[in-house]
Design a protein around this ligand. Structure first.
Ligand SMILES: *Cc1c(COP(=O)(O)O)cnc(C)c1O
Length: 387
C-alpha cells in the first residue's frame, strides 16, 4: 500500500536477514549456538567510564540539549588524544566534530557533497554505510574491488577516467572491516596524490586503530603529508572501549569538510547527551591498561582460531589488526550464504557470509573474535567433526 522511495529501494538488500532468522530459530530449538557473526565486543565497558557517566548524569546541567556541536572539553580530549597517539595536531574548535557514533557521521557525510548522479568510490566488500550514505545522498557507489592478491587494497589505477570525473568522494577503511587488512603510509600517500589529481574528498574510517597485534600500530590517514587538504577521518569509542551501545564517535581533519558535516547534522540531530560526552572524555583520558588488556585478549583468541583453522588445512592470511578473520571458503562447491548455512546446520555456528559486505566478498566468510577462547575451542572441535 505504501510505496517506498526510489532511494530506499536502491539500497543493497540486507542479506543477513535469513541468517538472523535461522539463528533465532536454532536458539529457540535449544541448540547451543556459537555466534562468531557479530562485530560487537563481548566485554563490558571499563568501570571508570561507567562511573564517569553515572556522576555526569546526576548534574542537571547535563540534562539539556547539547547544541554546541560537541562540548569543548570533549573536542579538546579528542585533539589531545590524536596528538599523543598519531602526532597529528588538530584544532579542537575547527577540526574536530563529535558524533552520535561514527556510523551516523559516515552515513550523513555524503549529503554535504554529492549531487544527483555523482559517484562515491567505495571499497567492496565494505562496511555498509559507505554505500547507504551515498545512495541516500542521490549518489552512486562505484565499487573498487578489494582483492586478496593486492592485500585487499583498491587498485586506484584501474578506476576509469570517466568515473574519476564524476566522483566526489573516496572511502577507505584500514584496519579493514571485513577483511582485517591493514594499509601503510605509502598507500595513504598514493591516495592523497590520487585525490588531489582527481579533486576527490578522502573519507577515512579508522574505527579499528587501537585493536592490533604483535606490536603493530596502525597509522592515521592524517599523518601523511597533504592529507589534511583532502581528508576527513572518522573515529569512534565503540570498539576501543567496548562502547558500541553508547554511541560516541567523531569526525576530524580538514576544517571545511568538518564544518560541512556539522551543517548537515545541525539540521538532523540535536547533539549528544552531555553526560555521554563527559564519559567519552573519561575514556580518552583514562589509563592505557584497558587497551593493552583488550589487545592481549583478542590476540589470544586470534592465535587459537587461526591455529585451529590452519590445522584443518584452511588457507589464512596473518591478522595484524581488527577482530575479524576473513576466510576463503575451503570448498568451492559452496557460495558464502550456503557455506554459512552449512556451518549453522552442522556445527551450530554463526558466521557472516562475505557477500553481505558486497559482491566481491563472495567466496569468503567472516568470523569475529567476540566470544571467549573456550567457545572458539569448542567451535573448532565441531568443525573438525565435519571437515
Ligand atoms: C564498528 C565500525 C564502526 C563504528 O561504528 P560506530 O557507529 O562508531 O559504533 C565504524 N566503521 C567500521 C568499519 C566499523 O566496523
Amino acid at each position: 500500500m505504501f510505496k517506498l522511495s526510489k532511494k530506499l529501494n536502491a539500497l543493497p538488500p540486507y542479506l543477513f536477514l535469513e541468517i538472523d532468522k535461522a539463528k533465532r530459530k536454532a536458539r529457540a530449538e535449544g541448540r547451543d549456538i556459537i555466534d562468531l557473526g557479530v562485530g560487537d565486543p563481548d566485554q563490558p565497558t571499563p568501570a571508570y567510564i561507567i562511573e564517569a557517566l553515572h556522576q555526569a548524569s546526576l548534574d542537571p546541567a547535563n540534562h539539556r540539549y547539547a547544541l554546541d556541536q560537541g562540548m569543548p572539553v570533549l573536542r579538546r580530549a579528542i585533539s589531545d588524544w590524536y596528538k599523543e597517539r598519531f602526532k597529528v595536531a588538530l584544532d579542537p574548535d575547527r577540526e574536530v566534530l563529535p558524533l552520535i557514533g561514527s556510523k551516523e557521521g559516515i552515513a550523513h557525510f555524503p549529503l554535504a557533497f554529492l549531487n544527483e548522479g555523482d559517484y562515491s568510490l567505495v571499497p567492496d566488500p565494505c562496511y555498509p554505510p559507505y554505500k547507504g550514505g551515498t545512495i541516500f545522498a542521490g549518489g552512486k557507489p562505484y565499487l573498487m574491488d578489494l582483492r586478496e592478491s593486492n592485500g585487499f587494497l583498491p587498485d586506484l589505477e584501474k578506476i576509469p577516467l570517466a568515473v574519476r570525473k564524476k566522483a566526489k568522494l573516496i572511502f577507505i577503511n584500514y584496519p579493514n572491516n571485513p577483511t582485517g587488512a591493514v594499509a601503510d603510509k605509502d598507500f595513504y600517500r598514493k591516495v592523497v596524490e590520487f585525490a588531489k589529481k582527481n579533486k576527490l574528498i578522502v573519507v577515512s574510517d579508522l574505527a579499528y586503530s587501537e585493536m592490533s597485534y604483535d606490536g603493530y600500530r596502525p597509522p592515521s590517514f592524517l599523518e601523511v603529508e597533504g592529507a589534511r587538504d583532502v581528508a576527513i577521518e572518522f573515529h569512534s569509542l565503540s570498539k576501543t572501549y567496548n562502547m558500541t551501545g553508547w554511541r560516541v564517535g567523531w569526525a576530524c581533519g580538514n576544517a571545511d569538510l568538518v564544518a560541512a558535516l556539522a551543517k548537515v547534522k545541525s539540521n538532523i540531530d540535536s547533539g549528544i547527551f552531555s553526560a555521554l560526552q563527559l564519559a567519552g572524555v573519561a575514556a580518552l583520558t583514562g589509563p592505557d591498561a584497558h587497551i593493552k588488556n583488550m589487545c592481549r585478549l583478542y590476540q589470544e583468541r586470534r592465535d587459537t582460531l587461526l591455529a585451529g583453522l590452519r590445522s584443518l588445512g584452511w588457507q589464512l592470511n596473518p591478522l595484524k589488526a581488527t577482530f575479524y578473520v576473513w576466510i576463503k571458503i575451503p570448498d568451492k562447491k559452496y557460495d558464502s550464504i550456503r557455506f554459512a548455512s552449512l556451518l549453522l546446520e552442522k556445527a551450530d555456528m554463526v558466521v557472516t557470509p562475505g557477500v553481505g559486505f558486497g559482491k566481491y566478498g563472495e567466496g569468503y566468510i567472516r568470523m569475529a573474535l567476540t566470544v571467549p577462547k573456550e567457545r572458539i575451542v569448542e567451535a573448532l572441535g565441531r568443525l573438525k567433526n565435519i571437515f
